[in-house]
Design a protein around this ligand. Structure first.
Ligand SMILES: [Zn+2]
Length: 469
């Protein structure tokens, strides 16, 4: 073996790191290239879904000489939770781990023969990640800054003893709950929280004290904002679960004989839900990232018992106002809603469905891409922490817009303009790229709405099986 091939060191021994080093070897076709074989580590086993999730990775590669060209090979890409999501994915890289705005995309990333592969020649240390990390240190800094401006509640502790913080701000009568990062690998969700809180609280001490929308929204609402629902999974570099393997977005209600939430398995949800019961909820937003779909979108509580003309109109008006305030939001592409109330009833343990029905209120899941955002493409950066922050800041206009209707018990939807109407989303985004007319859309991969890719769960014949298509 050429000595070059021993000069690459792989490590993930830091907050949010996830990788397992397998080996290095000279490339079969080009001996100037060193193949670096790595695999993603799995989350703790998820009892309800009977699957060990894996997809998020973040690692450090240190190369000691200047002539080594590295070909990184993620060897188990085809057995991750969402293998079809690797197509069009680009790996993020930076030499500065904790500067979120330093990360760019490796444009030669490709998914071939079941492996995610990318090439890079670099000396010294380079970091690679599925999405730029949001560290626990950064989380604590955010909480400290918020605390200098407003009340920060601790609703309870995670299984490993981290606080579940909730930032309370505003004096309005309407109660808005916004939670982030139930799925810890979806780090863009906490960047979103950072943007939202920075605007609401003027955390950067710029001239946004003159922001008329902020002034207005704080008079309309009292916000309860949880920046990170799953700090344990975040520190561990998990994709989807807490320290006990619980997928928190399936822990909002008991399902069959699987009791949830519980203090033993999902205290993060248990405490948040208990606090919601004490305060009440008029509008709910749950912020996530989606591995496959290269768009931002909202998903609602369609087909659940509470859904009807009122919630449909509120959902439509919120989305339309959001799209007007930030062109990275769009309404056409998203999870197709369930086809029947029976199908939706299988998913009352999902936060949006549970909260929307428990409080008879507008409830939404917001998804951001891991990939580039195809509404405003930027391949060099892809969807980024900066754009996530902007999207978080831009949601306030939508809150202002729907405020008069949230608890309006008249048939207000008959008065709303046509541009506010509910748009039923399709996930057939590849056809949109080919500019086919809307009526020609074909559903390629059936998925349920409030979360992604339930289809894999069905294959594992888990407890949480969906209905057959
Ligand atoms: Zn998620």
């Amino acid at each position: 073996m050429n000595s070059n091939h021993n000069t690459v060191r792989i490590s993930c021994a830091y907050d949010g790191g996830n990788i397992q080093f397998r080996s290095t070897r000279p490339n079969e076709l080009d001996s100037t290239i060193t193949d670096v074989i790595v695999v993603v580590k799995q989350d703790e086993y998820t009892e309800l879904e009977q699957i060990a999730h894996k997809q998020y990775f973040s690692f450090r590669s240190t190369v000691n000489d200047s002539i080594t060209k590295c070909r990184y090979i993620l060897d188990n890409a085809s057995t991750t939770s969402y293998p079809e999501a690797w197509k069009d994915a680009t790996v993020c890289y930076s030499s500065d781990l904790y500067d979120p705005d330093s990360w760019k995309r490796v444009l030669n990333t490709r998914y071939e023969n079941g492996k995610l592969v990318w090439d890079m020649q670099h000396t010294g240390t380079m970091y690679f990640a599925y999405f730029p990390p949001f560290s626990y240190q950064r989380h604590l800094d955010l909480i400290s800054k918020c605390q200098q401006k407003t009340t920060v509640l601790s609703l309870g502790q995670s299984l490993e003893g981290r606080e579940i913080e909730c930032v309370k701000v505003g004096t309005g009568e309407r109660l808005a709950w916004i939670i982030h990062r139930q799925h810890p690998g979806e780090t863009m969700a906490e960047f979103y929280a950072e943007g939202l809180l920075s605007r609401l609280l003027n955390l950067n001490d710029d001239d946004s004290t003159n922001d008329p929308v902020v002034k207005q929204v704080l008079e309309m609402y009292t916000f309860y904002i949880v920046p990170c629902m799953c700090p344990d999974g975040a520190v561990r570099g998990h994709l989807r679960t807490n320290a006990a393997g619980a997928n928190l977005n399936r822990e909002w209600a008991t399902k069959h004989y699987y009791e949830a939430p519980t203090l033993e398995r999902s205290p993060e949800v248990f405490w948040v839900l208990r606090h919601m019961d004490e305060t009440g909820v008029d509008v709910f937003l749950d912020v996530h990232g989606d591995e496959e779909i290269p768009y931002n979108f909202l998903s609602g509580a369609e087909q659940t018992p509470a859904w009807g003309p009122r919630l449909q109109a509120l959902h439509g008006a919120f989305g339309a106002a959001y799209e007007r305030s930030n062109s990275d939001m769009q309404l056409e592409i998203g999870y197709p809603p369930p086809e029947s109330p029976e199908q939706a009833a299988q998913y009352m343990n999902v936060a949006t469905n549970q909260v929307s029905n428990r409080f008879n209120c507008l409830g939404m899941t917001l998804e951001m891409p891991f990939k580039d955002c195809w509404t405003n493409k930027n391949p060099e950066r892809g969807w980024s922490p900066a754009r996530s922050r902007q999207l978080g800041a831009g949601v306030l206009e939508a809150f202002v817009y729907v405020h008069p209707y949230l608890r309006d018990d008249t048939e207000f939807w008959t008065q709303l303009p046509l541009e506010d109407r509910y748009v039923e989303p399709t996930d057939d985004y590849r056809h949109l790229e080919e500019t086919m007319p809307l009526y020609q859309f074909i559903q390629l991969n059936r998925r349920f709405y409030s979360d992604v890719h339930e289809i894999h769960k069905k294959e594992t014949s888990g407890l949480d099986q969906g209905k057959k298509e």
